[in-house]
Ligand binder design. Structure first.
Ligand SMILES: Nc1ncnc2c1ncn2[C@@H]1O[C@H](COP(=O)(O)OP(=O)(O)OP(=O)(O)O)[C@@H](O)[C@H]1O
Ligand SMILES: [Mg+2]
Length: 586
């Protein structure tokens, strides 16, 4: 396939037009030769004998007449053992090694092997000579951190193959052939521990897609109890500048109940990325007892990299996620922020002089976003095991206006919406997920009816609060005032969560269920107070106790003492259950 050559006929920012002689296909990789460097690019349009390429590097110095070498290969990632714990740029260059090879200011045109070439992997074969295999079938395994990494038949080997030979158990490097397969016509294929797969094509080596149903516990109460995310589902976190999108994703990447987390930091401030990088290796993963970094892959494009690389990074990230799903693992992909990726699309579309859609985004914005989120999913593999990819993306709409095209396009396809509110983040009510605007289509860890009943107090409480702003406290009935206080209670002790408190930062599902039941019993109680001042101070004391309760060690002595105090206080004040609640609590 190698051989098609082109000549640069125009340069427009990060887009190069090249006239070619031979065959070129969409999404093929080409290298623009400038001086002694080869700059990686991707074909994004073909018109007759001229192709447009987006260059993943700064295009300075490219002139008309420069050579373009087309590779015949699609933009692809290398899949194999050694991905976990890596920090890559959008083109899968390992960043720490890149910095070492090229110096502090990353030089363009330097591309490194994504996987460690010199590392020995302890291989155990899972097939024997004469076995029939298909793509994605397991040929053997190697341990990778806490996981059993499946060495699979490369996903692009369609059809049935017979194992002609397989290496015995032992140590091998990824460059070594570990099996030889024969196709139906008797042609041999040498298989190594790694292979390539085009990033823009969804990995589809599974038996069937299943409806995501089990919750992916994040240990954030507001999410797990009220706006849950399913394993294999999708969700988005739109929020104005500084409202806490990145912090929320960091908390999730640490505590979410999944095997592997892939973080695609596209176009965020370099400083934030560095923070993550510094912290992660020191943090322990509770499930495995190992460093959190050992189950994490970070794809990071800082804002100093050209926009085209941002686009590549979301596709690279999702392909790595799909690869680990093929091993029967649960993978969470966090993309921060998808708006930066959409901006890259807009820029490129402008250069291609396409007819612009709303706010100058391309008309295909919606379908592109949809096909990205569609790569999430719960699947049943050929061997019967289940694997999942869950995708959570942040959106940073200008001015926090959720009506803009990227937020709207995302809302149409995701299963849950965690809208961050400027008002709440300004009031330091974290996580700043808006309890009234947000929604989820998934089932959570607690019965929906109970959740709905509790949520009703937040909604009604807010209505009373709005009304009070008009008519004043005097004009509000004591019954309404108590509803307002109940709404305020659930907000303070359940929706908000102190990410700096060791205990409260991450709450396990059993504790969420337990404290939710306690809170529900309070909400469902009928209280009468002689006046609003009494009501207010009674609820203030209760709130403080509940906050201490939230911060105390689960089922410890202090926890039990506080629980008793709360129950006694409620018993002393309650005049029985709310009629509407009786059925729900039964
Ligand atoms: N859960 C939280 N607990 C405590 N503080 C928080 C929390 N979430 C956010 N903050 C505060 O808000 C600041 C901004 O948060 P963050 O960087 O996550 O916002 P962002 O929405 O990602 O912003 P940007 O739009 O600039 O990317 C943090 O540095 C932190 O001080
Ligand atoms: Mg951020």
């Amino acid at each position: 396939m190698i051989g098609t050559k082109g000549t640069v006929v125009a340069v427009n920012g990060n887009m190069v037009s090249a006239r070619f002689d031979g065959a070129v296909s969409m999404n093929e990789v080409g290298y623009v030769k400038v001086a002694d460097k080869r700059l990686k690019s991707e074909v994004i349009r073909i018109r007759g004998d001229v192709s447009q390429l987006q260059v993943f590097e700064i295009t300075k110095g490219i002139t008309i007449g420069d050579t373009v070498e087309f590779t015949g290969d699609m933009l692809a990632v290398e899949l194999g053992p050694g991905l976990l714990g890596q920090v890559y740029d959008g083109l899968q260059n390992p960043l720490p090694q890149l910095a070492e090879a090229a110096g502090y200011f990353l030089e363009r045109g330097v591309y490194l092997d994504p996987l460690p070439a010199d590392r020995d992997w302890e291989f155990t074969p899972a097939v024997k000579e004469g076995d029939n295999v298909e793509r994605a079938d397991t040929l053997g395994t190697v341990p990778e951190g806490a996981f059993t990494h499946r060495i699979m038949v490369p996903f692009n080997l369609y059809g049935t193959y017979t194992v002609a030979s397989v290496k015995p158990a032992g140590k091998y490097k990824i460059s070594e052939t570990i099996a030889t397969l024969k196709d139906e016509k008797g042609k041999s294929v040498a298989v190594k521990m790694s292979f390539r797969w085009p990033v823009k094509r969804a990995v589809d080596c599974y038996e069937e897609r299943l409806k995501p149903e089990d919750p992916m516990v994040t240990r954030v109460r507001l999410i797990d109890t009220f706006f849950p995310v399913a394993r294999g589902g999708t969700y988005c976190i739109p929020g104005p500048f500084g409202a806490g999108k990145t912090v929320l994703q960091q908390i999730t990447s640490r505590f979410a109940d999944v095997d592997i987390v892939i973080v695609a930091a596209c176009g965020e401030r370099a400083g934030e990325v560095v923070e993550t990088l510094k912290e992660f290796p020191e943090l322990k993963d509770e499930r495995t007892g190992r460093s959190l970094m050992e189950r994490t892959i970070i794809i990071c494009n800082t804002s100093s990299m050209p926009v085209a690389a941002r686009e590549a990074s979301v596709y690279t990230a999702v392909t790595l996620a799909e690869y680990y799903r093929q091993m029967g693992l649960n993978v969470l992909l966090l993309a921060d922020s998808t708006s930066r990726w959409a901006q890259a699309m807009r820029e490129m579309s402008g250069r291609l002089e396409e007819i612009p859609g709303e706010e100058a985004f391309p008309a295909y914005l919606e379908s592109t976003i949809a096909s990205f989120y569609e790569r999430a999913g719960l699947v049943r593999l050929r061997d019967g095991t289940l694997g999942s990819v869950t995708i959570g993306g942040t959106v940073s709409p200008a001015g926090g206006n959720f009506e803009e095209p990227v937020t709207q396009a995302t809302l149409k396809v995701v299963g849950a919406f965690h809208g961050l509110s400027r008002e709440r983040s300004d009031a330091r009510k974290y996580p700043a997920i808006h309890p009234l605007d947000s929604w989820s289509k998934y089932k959570g860890i607690i019965d929906e009816e109970k959740v709905g009943y509790a949520h009703g107090f937040m909604r009604r409480g807010t209505e009373v609060e709005q009304m009070m702003k008009v008519v004043g406290e005097e004009g509000t009935s004591i019954e309404d005032y108590v509803v307002y206080l109940k709404g305020d209670l659930i907000d303070s002790v359940y929706f908000q969560q102190n990410s700096f408190d060791e205990v409260d930062a991450a709450v396990k599902p059993e504790r969420q269920k337990y404290t939710f039941a306690k809170l529900l019993a309070i909400l469902a109680s009928q209280f009468t107070f002689p006046d609003k001042n009494e009501a207010r101070s009674w609820f203030n004391r209760l709130r403080q106790k509940f906050l201490d309760y939230n911060g105390s060690e689960w089922q410890g002595t202090h926890f039990k003492e506080l629980e008793k105090e709360i129950e006694d206080a409620v018993k002393g004040q309650s005049k029985g259950l709310d009629k509407a609640a009786e059925k729900i609590l039964a």
